[in-house]
Unconditional design. Structure first.
Length: 288
């Protein structure tokens, strides 16, 4: 927030790559565009009022549909050809050179300048192999104001990451400043990990505090003590109809490393989930 520089754009793109790599994905592509190139071409042709209709057709890569719409608008063949090319302007960094050659519009050329500079920064950071361009990827024109991007991985047709620059969004919340960000579609992301047989470490194991109802207040004291020390704690009331083995199985399924069982006022039973080993300690010894 508050930074409209190419460095902020490059940083966000590198964050996307880092998130995917850190979670085990090695084969993915981040497609980048800039809505201002599209807007510049429409301004040049004098049809910026048709942005909404053209956006949908271009994003669908509907070359002939774009052509028919432009023909009905009375745009010259030369201008129509430029706009129709947006359905095919995708690929490596060479696409930017081709895009530059198609127009003299200042808005469109500034968009290409920015994309080239961002690509240069991304290359220096070592992420160029994950980046391609698609100037027909336009997103929501009422939302995005500059670069837009999506990340894809094999085995899925839908993006796992969506993002871009939305410099006018915060104005709706009383703060007129620049902003860029992204979102991860968790369902698609988890599906990608599953299909690619990638196991992800989910961090340090949790601890379960299991208590009999009459020792609720004592159990809450233990829970609070452990949470304040930075531990992840699950608190569960013991069902008298369930055996301790039921809770051990639950713990194994949910990345819980140990169970602290509060069954009386003085002693705490520590149960190691891995082997079921039990140790009794004085509650006074672990509090404070």
């Amino acid at each position: 927030i508050g930074d409209d520089s190419i460095y902020a754009d490059a940083e966000i793109l590198s964050m996307v790559a880092d998130v995917l790599l850190d979670n085990g994905l090695k084969e993915f592509i981040i497609e980048i565009s800039d809505v201002n190139y599209f807007k510049g071409l429409l301004i040049e042709a004098g049809i910026d009022h048709m942005a909404g209709e053209l956006r949908d057709l271009i994003q669908e890569k509907n070359y002939f549909g774009v052509g028919e719409l432009l023909k009905s608008s009375g745009v010259s063949d030369a201008q129509a050809k430029k706009i129709m090319s947006l359905t095919t302007l995708f690929g490596s960094g060479d696409v930017l050179c081709k895009a530059r050659s198609l127009t003299d519009n200042e808005t469109a050329l500034k968009a290409i300048d920015r994309l080239e500079k961002i690509y240069e920064l991304i290359t220096k950071m070592g992420f160029a192999k994950y980046v391609t361009f698609d100037l027909g990827m336009l997103g929501n024109l009422d939302y995005y104001t500059g670069i837009t991007f999506r990340a894809y991985t094999y085995g899925l047709g839908d993006p796992i990451v969506n993002g871009g620059r939305y410099d006018e969004l915060l104005r709706q919340f009383g703060k007129d400043t620049y902003a860029i960000g992204f979102s991860i579609t968790s369902e698609q992301f988890l599906l990608a990990l599953e299909r690619q047989h990638i196991n992800v470490s989910i961090g340090k194991p949790d601890t379960m505090v299991l208590f009999d109802p009459e020792f609720f207040e004592l159990a809450m004291g233990i829970v609070r003590e452990h949470r304040m020390s930075g531990m992840n704690v699950n608190c569960i009331k013991r069902d008298p109809d369930k055996h301790m083995d039921n809770y051990l199985e639950y713990a194994k399924r949910n990345n819980i490393g140990g169970i602290l069982y509060v069954g009386d006022t003085d002693n705490l039973t520590i149960i190691e989930v891995a082997d079921g080993k039990q140790t009794s300690v004085k509650i006074s010894e672990i509090m404070n």
